[in-house]
Design a protein around this ligand. Sequence first.
Ligand SMILES: C=CC1=C(C)c2cc3[nH]c(cc4nc(cc5[nH]c(cc1n2)c(C)c5CCC(=O)O)C(CCC(=O)O)=C4C)c(C)c3C=C
Ligand SMILES: [Fe+2]
Length: 459
Amino acid sequence: MLKLGCLIDRLGSHIVSVSCQSSEGLNNVNRVSSQALAYTVRESYLCGPVQRRNPAGICAAGVATYGENAVEYESHAQAAEDKVGVLLLNLGGPDTLHDVQPFLFNLFADPDIIRLPRLFRFLQWPLAKLISVVRAPKSKEGYAAIGGGSPLRKITDEQAQALKTALEAKNLPVNVYVGMRYWYPFTEEAVQQIKRDRITRLVVLPLYPQFSISTTGSSIRVLQNIFREDAYLSRLPVSIIRSWYQREGYVNSMADLIQKELGKFQKPEEVMIFFSAHGVPVSYVEKAGDPYRDQMEECIYLIMQRLKDRGINNDHTLAYQSRVGPVKWLKPYTDEVLVELGQKGVKSLLAIPVSFVSEHIETLEEIDMEYKELALESGIENWGRVPALNCTPSFITDLADAVIEALPSALAMSAPKNISQEDDHNPVRYAIKMFFGSILAFVLFFSPRMINAFRNQLF
Ligand SMILES: C=CC1=C(C)c2cc3[nH]c(cc4nc(cc5[nH]c(cc1n2)c(C)c5CCC(=O)O)C(CCC(=O)O)=C4C)c(C)c3C=C
Ligand SMILES: [Fe+2]
């Protein structure tokens, strides 16, 4: 019994922690291999609208003027057949309440979201199944409160269309694809379409301003696994933009939104500017070298500097929201700080979601409903919230510039095939893992501490 208790605690302390061992550098553009290609884009051609499943048109690129941030490429390959693709990576969200549990399964089955010790790796999927079933009722409540599903797919498609238009306005015709990590359209689908369209250069743009192992890192890992399995894809020149929180255009767009919302308060100068970022477990940052916290702090610094340049000198603070599971997450926690601020006499507060660029469940439900209610109960009288960037024109223009700047770094992905991945495709191994894993997971998981940790956000 004691042994089982220890095992539960040991396992619990690994749940929702990191699997990625390598520390992520701060370089925002990743050169994926050493195979160099240089291009001059010499002409532009009109492309049809973005169609995720069947992106239109033959987009050959020729002479292009990219405006002030112009980058010129010298084409040593067949310029007439050059077809540029942009792959937007995002988390994905359930379209309906029916999708919530399978969506959660995909999320918790990600080894970058739940890290298990090597010995217990075979538990990954059975545990994901159990956790997703236990968590689903709470998640469903949240999605029901925002209309019965996630708005992420619709907004990401709109961003893709807006980005395509912005790039065309800069004379760079592209196909834009959307690849989600945990729900439709999955990254695998987007990559198949890229292949069918015979894209010749690809820019990968994760829609997370700051890098985290759990978000951008996980999406890139999936992409690399797909690419190394395929002869065409592994030769495709690719440029990955790993983080972009420090870009002028992004910082300016955030400062614009904040300035506008501050103007809606009666006494704007008295408003507490409250940045609320999605949390990650502390172990990501302190053990696995996730640069997320550093990048977040630098991002807030840059936005506040921009506001100061405009004569806005409000107090500000940063806290982390949306923790799940039985481990320590980055502090301070948003809910605790809101209560403290109320107790200290802060009367006006402007909440700013800062780790994500679309409206989603954690802005529309957690911030707009749960945190607003908590803040008002705690003594804060005037509440405001900055909208997510979504398709804000200055933001989309900046993403377009980021794509243009990244294009010359597009190099072939050519990493050796990861042998361990093969195991997952072997049906016999899979059946054995699921059978024994389910039994063990069932025994381990049914401790009240574990159930509560996933059923509620707090434990
Ligand atoms: C930068 C953003 C995000 C980080 C970092 C992140 C880490 C992270 N998330 C979970 C668990 C859940 N996340 C869920 C939803 C969700 N997460 C993000 C962004 C980040 N997650 C977004 C944009 C969304 C919403 C998608 C939508 O449908 O609108 C959920 C599901 C919702 C819920 O039940 O609360 C879970 C669970 C972990 C464990 C983690 C780091 C390890
Ligand atoms: Fe999340």
